[in-house]
Design a protein around this ligand. Structure first.
Ligand SMILES: [Fe+2]
Length: 304
């Protein structure tokens, strides 16, 4: 099984504008610049939590998960090779990007490039202190898919995820450890990135971060609020130059009894989406922003 989301790699058409947003507004730290690639760190030991690459169109390059050991990377590669909808991008081996390590890349059931790695070098980082609005790490990623059951089956059988909860038959939350979800899938007319959620230190820091973007004139797409399913707080914002949606989140439900847990099916109502009732309505415009455009990165692994 995998441990957590290490980083997300995004292709962006305007690297300078995207950098400005992630560095000066989203409060990530540039840790390395390498030609057309920029690496951002957060308040965690990961070498980076976000990689931006200059591309013609906005696209998802890679979603990278941590595995506990190189032999687990090998086992996952085996399972991809034997899955009818999995496609390896080369054999497992030395990872050729910031942090090094041992990794395998493959295309998932919808053609997304996924990386699973072990033994990646961490970096010296400064932990997030009280009242700081810097994100700690990536908490979860939500992906849009046409085939919700196909995605669930692939991520369960290849990566060892377990279903935590559902929202009707439109959303499926998957865990790999105690956090309620580190990945989720939403039924949509096409496959694309729904959003990347950044974990904040706590409720106070979550609200301060939300407020500091609002004061800077960047209104949330949706939020702030607290989801009924997963119990995590949410403020969704859109990076203006690429259109990708990011979330500040904290205080997600922890699953203590992993074997005694029975997935629940929540209705798609206001209590499920926003228990506090503080967020703007989840209207068509909000949905359209989260569904985004079909991802040109599908079936097309990045060159690096
Ligand atoms: Fe989320």
């Amino acid at each position: 099984m995998v441990l957590h989301v290490r980083h997300v790699g995004l292709g962006v058409p305007d690297l300078r504008s995207a950098r400005n947003f992630y560095e000066n507004y989203w409060k990530l730290e540039v840790v390395e610049a390498d030609g057309d690639r920029l690496y951002f760190g957060a308040g965690c030991p990961e070498s980076h939590v976000l990689r931006l690459r200059a591309t013609e169109e906005a696209r998802v390059d890679v979603i990278a998960f941590a595995a506990e050991s190189p032999s687990e990377v090998d086992r996952i590669a085996e399972r991809v090779a034997h899955h009818p909808r999995g496609r390896l991008i080369g054999e497992p081996g030395v990872r050729q990007d910031l942090g090094g390590g041992y990794a395998v890349r493959f295309l998932d059931c919808d053609g997304r490039t996924v990386e699973v790695s072990a033994d990646v070098r961490g970096r010296v980082f400064r932990p997030v202190e009280e009242a700081e609005t810097r994100p700690k790490s990536i908490g979860h990623v939500v992906l849009n898919t046409i085939d919700l059951q196909g995605a669930r089956e692939f991520y369960e059988s290849v990566l060892g995820f377990m279903v935590t909860d559902w929202v009707e038959d439109v959303m499926c939350f998957l865990r790999s450890g105690r956090a309620h979800h580190i990945i989720a899938f939403t039924r949509a007319p096409h496959a694309s990135l729904n959003h990347v959620a950044f974990e904040m230190r706590g409720l106070d820091e979550f609200m301060r971060a939300t407020g500091s973007l609002m004061r800077a004139g960047i209104a949330p797409v949706w939020g702030p609020g607290r989801h009924g399913v997963g119990q995590n707080t949410f403020s969704y914002f859109q990076e203006p130059s690429s259109g990708f949606v990011l979330e500040y989140t904290t205080a997600a439900q922890l699953i203590d009894d992993e074997h005694g847990w029975t997935p629940k099916v929540y209705p798609a109502d206001a209590q499920t989406t926003d228990v506090w009732g503080t967020a703007n309505a989840r209207d068509e415009a909000v949905s359209a922003t989260l569904i985004g455009r079909p991802d040109p990165g599908l079936w097309s692994p990045p060159p690096v």
